[in-house]
Ligand binder design. Structure first.
Ligand code: SAH
Length: 231
């Protein structure tokens, strides 16, 4: 592309981003820190070039391995409901493209993020490096088991849906901690919930309907790897 063409494409993306930010405000996202983090995070870098021009549409987009990056409104809503502070450490289950991770990383001290697909995690970590986001630590693994070595967490976010929140993740919440997660069956509308840990126990709130890919226990089988052969 000629330099002029590049800057034209960039200008178009900036305009689309500003439109999206207005749309998020209209939809009720009022936290200026959250909107600022979304403004600073280039969503076009978290999708393949084929979807770049849709990066600032309020749409979920494919990221490979049958997974999707959530629509910006849902990322903004979940981030806002987490009430992140600068000193918080957060656990994220489902790194995916790394977009939600990058938004969180601008708002808290450290993000620990777990992903079960090696390929997605590799791409996400490359993006964190390019964007110089140095307060993100990732792990390949089954997030339903949490990341006990770093617990307790001030904040926990799960970006894939299960019929119930894995108890290990609730148990890993610090006192005063908040967990936000979609809960429900595959193929149905799921309820976004927020759980708070108090002195006396836990309280739960419903935050509305969402649709996420499923939270899947275990790691995917590697092609040509440990898959057993039938004889
Ligand atoms: N937050 C992501 C959204 C990814 S979609 C983003 O901004 O792009 C949900 C992700 O959860 C997928 O990448 C999927 O592979 C991952 N996932 C599903 N079950 C998981 C599990 N048990 N442990 C870790 N990651 C899981």
């Amino acid at each position: 592309m000629a330099p002029d063409a590049i800057s034209l494409a960039e200008t178009a993306l900036v305009q689309k981003k500003l439109r999206l930010l207005m749309e998020l405000r209209r939809a009720g996202i009022g936290d200026a820190r959250v909107l600022g983090a979304i403004e600073k995070t280039p969503r076009e870098k978290f999708v393949s070039s084929a979807f770049e021009d849709q990066a600032y549409e309020n749409l979920a987009l494919p990221i490979g391995q049958g997974q999707t990056v959530s629509q910006p409104y849902v990322v903004a809503l979940m981030t806002e409901k987490l009430e992140l502070g600068e000193r918080h450490n957060a656990l994220e289950i489902g790194t995916g493209s790394g977009y939600q991770t990058a938004v969180l990383a601008r708002l808290c001290r450290r993000v620990f993020s777990v992903e079960r697909h090696r390929e997605l995690l590799g791409d996400a970590e490359r993006r964190f490096g390019e964007l110089r986001l140095r307060n993100i630590v990732c792990r390949l693994g089954d997030g339903t088991k949490g990341w006990p070595e770093q617990a307790p967490y001030d904040r926990v976010i799960i970006t894939a849906a299960a019929p119930e929140v894995p108890p290990t993740l609730i148990g890993g919440l610090a006192l005063g901690g908040i967990l936000v997660a979609p809960v429900g069956d595959d193929h149905r509308d799921q309820q976004l919930i927020r759980i708070r840990r108090h002195d006396q126990g836990f309280s739960t709130e419903d935050l509305g309907l969402v649709r996420f890919v499923p939270l899947v226990a275990g790691l995917p089988r590697r092609a040509g790897g440990q898959a057993s052969t039938k004889t």
